[in-house]
Design a protein around this ligand. Structure first.
Ligand SMILES: [Zn+2]
Length: 201
């Protein structure tokens, strides 16, 4: 991801937020539908070895800080799920496949999506990501312990208002994956674990 220019990366902000691209020229102002799912990957640093126990990055920590800072805070803010993937050794490849296979995971996802559309009906949001305002509050307000954790984390992780709302939507989805009508503390905790701390931006 950081190999793209900052201008290109930041141009993703508007469609990620609104699902539309607005092209404004002197004579015309055109809106194009642009709803998409962004899936992106990056190395931890330019050389790719930052944090690798086998092959140390010789320019740490600058190498990683320079590289990762090419992605702006506002763009990170619009990315709901981030995970760090450690390098895979040849030995890891000989391990047995995980117990839950792709087909089982796909079935769980389909179940969660069916629950979302049943809850919202024909005219409502298609996914939790599209929930807004009062409707989001109505279906994603966590229980007491969940709310306490979210308020504490928002302060500690310096979450923006946008990030706060996005955590709620992810937590609603985590709850749907478990077929839980309520958003509980564990769901909030899992949603928060996917958010990149603002301190790294
Ligand atoms: Zn490096």
């Amino acid at each position: 991801m950081p190999e793209f220019s900052r201008q290109v990366l930041d141009s993703l902000r508007q469609p990620l937020e609104t699902g539309e691209i607005v092209v404004a020229r002197a004579a015309a102002h055109v809106r194009y539908p642009s709803r998409f799912q962004l899936v992106a990957a990056m190395n931890p640093c330019r050389c790719g070895y930052l944090g690798d126990p086998e092959r140390a990055c010789t320019r740490a920590p600058r190498c990683g800080a320079d590289y990762q800072s090419r992605i702006s805070g506002p763009l990170y803010d619009r990315i709901d799920l981030t995970i760090e993937v450690p390098s895979v050794s040849a030995q890891d490849l000989t391990l047995p496949a995980p117990r839950e296979g792709t087909a089982e995971v796909a079935a769980r996802v389909a179940g969660a999506r069916a629950r979302q559309s049943a809850r919202e009906g024909e005219t409502g949001a298609r996914t939790n990501a599209e929930l807004e305002g009062e409707r989001l509050d109505a279906v994603a307000t966590p229980d007491g312990p969940g709310r306490a954790l979210l308020v504490e984390a928002a302060d500690r992780m310096k979450l923006s208002a946008r990030a706060y709302t996005r955590v709620l939507k992810v937590a609603r989805t985590v709850a749907d994956l478990e077929d839980s009508a309520e958003v509980r503390r564990a769901h909030i905790a899992e949603a928060l674990a996917f958010r990149r701390p603002a301190a790294l931006n």
